[in-house]
Write a protein that binds this ligand. Structure first.
Ligand code: NAG
Ligand code: NAG
Length: 289
């Protein structure tokens, strides 16, 4: 089964210029998304609390329909598990993130999800019975939803950003890859981030603000909005990640993965000195604070 899939995937790399186009008539998901949904529904608990600890659910969330595929998927899954009048389905933003077990099972390098990892995982999760998409391009289109939202269009998607898609893509819009071209060229080798700091952006200047912020902010991040690099770092996430996500990321790095980050609303606001500095050179005029 896999050799032919790999062959199709390789062949379709040449057509990536057309990724944003709707799949052609001959390209069909062939019921594979529904099959993933059914597998997922067979394993997930009624509250959906373990949904992103299950590989079939992760893939089923990427292929779901609608403008907010992840939350649409969760709503359909909740109804499937609990019936039509079961109340309000959980939203992705409040659910545990994709687990490291699932990430490591999909990834081949233990750090990122590549397009080929995603294709292999999608088909692997459907094994052995299928049904298979008529064309691997269908699966590549699903991968590109994640790549575009996370803005990792020219390199593999780091675990952290892949997880973000499932938690935040239904509630936070993204600037996507405007200005960049989706391709499968080898990842660029510019500006590797320090090994101890997660990659939060494919934009080198944004990543630099983040690493500078990590160096300058307090351990409890209480001064995060008084540190210029942190304010700029949060801003340059664009629409792709909420301020809360930025704060919790910084807090996690400062506290070895600690997850009790303060909510942004509980933190002192952007300091007046910084605001004044920003408003004279307009650095912060479009900031979301
Ligand atoms: C998504 O929408 C298409 C077109 O309406 C439909 O054929 C397909 O079954 C839907 N997929 C799921 C998983 O609901
Ligand atoms: C759909 O999946 C079935 C079952 O795996 C397979 O036999 C069939 O060839 C697939 N159809 C298309 C159009 O790829």
């Amino acid at each position: 089964m896999f050799p032919s899939v790999a062959l199709i995937a390789t062949a379709s790399l040449y057509f990536l210029a057309a990724v944003d186009a709707a799949p052609s008539k001959r390209q069909s998901d062939n019921g594979s998304c529904q099959a993933l949904f059914n597998k997922c529904a067979g394993s997930v608990d009624k509250s959906l609390s373990n949904v992103f600890a299950i590989e079939s659910c992760v893939f089923a969330a990427t292929c779901a329909n609608g403008s907010r595929p992840v939350d649409n998927f969760l709503a359909a899954l909740f109804t499937n598990k609990n019936g039509e009048n079961a109340g309000v389905p959980p939203q992705s933003v409040g659910l545990p993130r994709v687990t490291s077990t699932v990430l490591n099972s999909i990834s081949t390098d233990g750090k990122t999800i590549s397009q080929q990892d995603f294709i292999n995982g999608y088909y692997g999760t459907l094994s052995p019975e299928g049904p298979w998409p008529s064309d691997a391009q269908v699966v590549i289109n699903y991968y590109n939803r994640v790549a575009v939202w996370t803005a990792f269009c020219n390199s593999n998607i780091p675990f952290f950003n892949f997880q973000d898609y499932f938690q935040y893509s239904s509630s936070v819009s993204s600037n996507g890859c405007s200005g960049t071209t989706i391709s499968t060229l080898p990842p660029t080798t510019t500006q590797p981030p320090p090994t101890s700091t997660p990659t939060i952006s494919s934009d080198a200047s944004c990543q630099k603000m983040f690493t500078t912020c990590i160096n300058e902010v307090n351990k409890d991040v209480s001064n995060i909005f008084s540190v210029k690099s942190c304010v700029l770092g949060a801003t340059c996430f664009g629409g792709q990640r909420p301020v809360a996500g930025f704060v919790s990321t910084v807090y996690g790095v400062k506290n070895s993965g600690g997850s009790s980050a303060p909510a942004p609303s509980a933190l002192p606001r952007v300091s007046q000195a910084l605001f004044n500095a920003g408003s004279t050179n307009s650095e912060f005029l479009t900031s979301p604070f």
